[in-house]
Design a binder for this molecule. Sequence first.
Ligand code: EPU
Length: 336
Amino acid sequence: MKLFENHNLKSYNTFGMEVFARQFVELETAEETSAAVAEYLQQWPYYILGGGSNTLFTNDFDGTIVHPAFHGVERMEENSDNVLLRVAAGEPWENLIQYCIKHEYYGLENLTAIPGLVGSAPVQNIGAYGVEVKDTVYKVQGYILSTRNPFELSNADCLFGYRNSIFKQTLKNDCIITYVWFQLSKKKHFTLSYQGLAKALEERELPLTLHCVSDCVRKIREAKLPDPKIVGNGGSFFKNPVISVEKYRDLLTQYPDLVAYDAPDGCKKLSAGQLIEKSGWKGRRVGKAGTWKNQALVLVNYGGATPKEVLGVAETIIKDVKTLFDITLEMEINRI
Ligand code: EPU
């Protein structure tokens, strides 16, 4: 493992916040996790940081950041229908996508071009274009910090929900994920329920292949979402709010074009982006922070924004959406 003192986190968070960590531990193998916990996680507060694509640092971090930096995709089992992959937490998510395209494994292609590392994917159950990572996670392995024991959780044990899992609940900041196992299909099958994706594929008039679907997803993302390498951002800043069907019907009388999807228990999930746009916030800028011109759900650092500026925009958006729709948006991003 590598140890750094007073470490600049600017290149470890896609929002591009210039903040410093008192101590930074980079894990080079999964096996050294327990030694790192014993040696470095006893004294100060700590935070486990993957690719930093869903984290907004609001201040310097007066403690220890642990960053899994070990890689590897291994084929553990396979039959004629499925394959079981064990992927190291520090593997960039996009490397896994490319591996699957190369070997013709189906199931993750709609999650193309999501920034971040594999170990973070189950934490907020990343999802896009009709697919969530929970659909293919077989099990998750790691290390529990409070008990200093290894753990292994099956898909059901992970308690996955919309942008949610046990890792955001009872195991929040109490575990280091070392490996995620995925069960993927070797038989051609695609999820094309997201209308924009089906339409874009149809327009291309190309044969339906993994490469083609993945490429289409990338183009859709590029058109809507800012590239964090160019414009600092953390993807969707808020969750899409879930409301009762009665409340949805009420809102429809005033806003007939409100987008809604079915949610569990007969509820409706609205598009936070649309609510934010209707509140006048799409592409708006306050100082060096604001929202993205093509997707109001994404807050951006236009260059040199402070955490305070970003949070100021977020809080004003919450207030304005509440005033207009009587809905309280919940932040999706982790604030540290
Ligand atoms: N919309 C607007 N204005 C906006 C943004 C969206 O009217 O500024 C409308 C769109 O026209 C569309 C609807 O809202 O009818 C939904 O928009 P979109 O398809 O872009 O998806 P989303 O619900 O805003 C979610 C995820 C994204 C994921 C997309 C595609 C959450 C919090 N976000 O966004 O995930 O890529 O669906 O599946 O669930 C992320 O988590 O970081 C992320 C980017």
